[in-house]
Design a protein around this ligand. Structure first.
Ligand SMILES: Nc1ncnc2c1ncn2[C@@H]1O[C@H](COP(=O)(O)OP(=O)(O)OP(=O)(O)O)[C@@H](O)[C@H]1O
Ligand SMILES: [Mg+2]
Length: 205
């Protein structure tokens, strides 16, 4: 079996940037990697993503939960599990923890529901290592937008994004073995250096 790493954190915390840097680092060391993000290029997932981000009025909050879950399961079945079975390192830009943070803490849905829906969505697959890029939501949003228009999640009030951040931090406390908190309000190289340390350590286990 391969190795499954996820990157999590608020908008603009640097997940996509760090995911690419991590892949370059691991490929240079000779590992075969698959870099992915939901919906991971699956056709079904792309269609679901359109519904999630573009429709107005948007979905109700439970519909939103199911749509993310449906896209995730397709991504697991079509991309993630086959790559792990082919002994690759899968680096996924956001995964099930995002649903706990956004739908659970952000939207205040019952955390037990979320756990059950996530179980079905992931087929029970849990990352070996999760890198939580922690940043103040205001700072993250300024980075993320940089002049472009916000999408539906980004348009949420800043209080929503603060709840999301708190949700991530609480998850990291409960699952401290798996989830590593990394201060993301630093230079890209500094953040990358911490990530490398956690990944090297995890791959040696
Ligand atoms: N450490 C950093 N310092 C300053 N700017 C950064 C840093 N890391 C990333 N950026 C810049 O901030 C912006 C957002 O970064 P990135 O897209 O990697 O974040 P993200 O967490 O993937 O965001 P999103 O949640 O919107 O997908 C980009 O313009 C990126 O170049
Ligand atoms: Mg991104």
């Amino acid at each position: 079996m391969g190795f499954f790493i996820t990157l999590e954190g608020p908008e603009g915390s640097g997940k996509s940037t760090q995911a690419k840097m991590l892949v370059s680092y691991l490929e240079e060391k000779g590992y075969q990697c698959v870099l992915t993000r939901e919906p991971g290029g699956t056709k079904i997932g792309e269609t679901i993503r359109e519904i999630l981000l573009k429709h107005s009025p948007g979905p109700s909050i439970v519909t939103e939960l199911f749509l993310y879950a449906a896209a995730r399961r397709q991504h697991v079945d079509e991309i993630i599990r086959p790559a792990l079975e082919a002994d690759k390192i899968v680096i996924c830009d956001r995964f099930a923890d995002a649903t706990v943070a956004y739908q659970g803490y952000g939207r205040d849905l019952d955390l037990e529901w979320i756990r059950q829906v996530n179980y079905l969505a992931t087929d029970g697959l849990t990352p070996e290592l999760t890198l939580l890029l922690d940043i103040n939501p205001q700072a993250g949003m300024e980075r993320a937008l940089g002049g472009r228009e916000p999408d539906r999640m980004e348009q949420e009030a800043i209080s929503f994004h603060h709840r999301v951040r708190e949700g991530y931090l609480e998850l990291a406390q409960v699952e401290s073995e798996r989830i590593k908190i990394i201060k993301a309000d630093r230079g890209k190289e500094e953040v990358h250096k911490d990530i490398r340390q956690y990944v090297d350590e995890a791959l040696q286990r």
